[in-house]
Design a protein. Structure first.
Lengths: 182, 290
């Protein structure tokens, strides 16, 4: 009886399947770094969340929001609270959200290979998987990420999601993941 | 005098403005040094090298440290809003700033209050903000790469990260993307689209393409778009017709590749040092070119 009120975490698969029929909400954060941290925490805990583009009325320029099953609001907020991450607001989704780009382009330069995701490109040496260049993008974390990553191998390098703060940084993470899967 | 607004990837770097010079691979501004890797320092390095060669105007920069959290950009925006009217620039180039539509608009109002209207170039994050603000027509040049052009062509996308797939798939149809960008009022007076080939366009369509010399490796090298914007800023300040300045900038940027013999592992400063022979090749071929 009252099993649905039972505390504790469901297994990730169970949680995921439970979310598809629920209404959706979005978590709005002060900056993209918080979004990336929140996504990491929530996905690690098995929540079915997606990083999306905000609706026009709350858009300021370089934004991401987290889409989540609204019915799980309290549980998700608690999870974030434990990680000391505090959303600015929670808003029900009333219109379709923008979907991040999911197309990748790969260019083979012989000794090097380059992967592009959205406006970001990362190039590595095929010999030792050393990152030799990062190009594209327009947000100020791009030169910073390049400074931290170029010259290191894919395994030595910090991940863009750990250092990046903007959509360009997030796009670089996608390119980095695509490259590591190759 | 040319003005350049941008950021450097060092949180400790304070809001600084002043004349810049290039020394030993570093940008020097008010006694502070910034290495030339990519981003605004690469733009400045190319612009300084070109301006020295053609005996062009001095370059004045507004810089602040920003690693993507917006700290430096949030220092620059209000400073520009308050002080831009105190300056006189022939060209004002905006570069790596955290896109912020509200602040973009405030800065644009400040520009419109300047005694003499500078020619306006927007690249990188500032171009994103300019497009999203709906004020693209206020600018003389946007300098997107092909992916960013798709973003300009997509009237719904607030950032290249959200460009819709069916538009991204049109990578090879640059003229069509240019037309869409102008149809949606999301392009500046002129576009310089960096790619293979480079396209120079206005609202009537493609004015010229530049495809020689061509080096595939240039696409991988971080900062090659920044150097093109730096060259464009200088050439626009020296009396060339604007489309001609754009065509020449695209050619010179490519010729730096010719002299550097680039690989995908090359760093941008290794290209910048070849700006002088590239300028000779394009602007004064009888003096030293083939």
């Amino acid at each position: 009886m009252f099993r649905f009120l039972k505390k504790g975490k469901a297994d990730p698969g169970e949680r995921k399947s439970a979310t598809f029929s629920a209404d959706l909400g979005i978590l709005v954060f002060e900056n993209t770094s918080d979004v990336i941290r929140a996504e990491t925490v929530l996905k690690k805990a098995g929540w079915a969340v997606r990083v999306m583009g905000p609706p026009p009325e709350i858009r300021s320029g370089c934004d991401l929001v987290i889409e989540f099953p609204l019915i799980e609001e309290l549980n998700i907020l608690r999870e974030l609270e434990q990680a000391d991450i505090h959303p600015l607001s929670v808003v029900p989704v009333s219109a379709p959200l923008l979907v991040p780009v999911d197309l990748f382009h790969t260019k083979d330069f012989g000794e090097y290979v380059m992967v592009r995701a959205a406006n970001m490109k990362i190039t590595v040496s095929k010999k030792d998987y050393r990152i030799v260049n990062i190009s594209g993008g327009g947000c100020p974390d791009v030169p910073f990420l390049a400074q931290q990553m170029v010259g290191k191998t894919l395994s030595e390098s910090p991940k863009p999601r750990d250092l990046g703060h903007t959509l360009c940084g997030y796009a670089l993470q996608l390119a980095y993941e695509e490259l590591t899967q190759k | 005098m040319i003005g350049v607004v941008g950021t450097v990837p060092d949180l400790r770097f304070p809001l600084t403005h002043g004349f810049v010079r290039l020394a030993n691979g570093h940008i020097d501004i008010c006694g502070l040094n910034v290495p030339v890797n990519r981003g605004t320092p690469a733009l400045l390095a190319a612009a300084l090298t070109a301006s020295e060669w053609i005996k062009g105007p001095q370059i004045y920069a507004f810089l602040a440290g920003d690693i993507g959290r917006g700290d430096g950009s949030r220092l620059l925006y209000p400073f520009l809003e308050r002080h831009l009217t105190e300056f006189d620039f022939s060209v004002l180039t905006f570069h790596y700033l955290q896109p912020d539509v509200d602040w973009h608009n405030r800065v644009l109002f400040a520009i419109q209050a300047m005694k003499k209207q500078p020619l306006l170039i927007a690249d990188a994050g500032y171009m994103y903000a300019a497009k999203m603000s709906g004020q693209a027509k206020s600018y003389d040049f946007f300098t997107p790469d092909v992916g960013e052009l798709a973003f300009l062509a997509d009237e719904m996308a607030p950032h290249p990260f959200y460009t819709r797939g069916f538009i991204l798939h049109q990578d090879n149809d640059v003229p069509d993307l240019i037309r869409c960008a102008y149809d949606h009022q999301n392009a500046a007076r002129y576009l310089v689209v960096k790619g293979q080939p480079d396209f120079i366009a206005d609202e009537r369509g493609v004015i010229e393409t530049v495809d020689h010399p061509s080096f595939e490796a240039m696409e991988a090298i971080g900062g090659t778009g920044d150097t093109l914007t730096g060259l464009l800023s200088v050439l626009c300040s020296t009396g060339f017709r604007l489309p001609d300045a754009a065509i020449l900038a695209a050619k010179i940027n490519r010729w730096t590749g010719y002299f550097a013999n680039p690989t995908p592992a090359m760093q941008v400063m290794q290209l910048v040092i070849h700006v002088p022979p590239a300028l000779t090749e394009v602007l004064n071929p009888r003096a030293g070119g083939r």
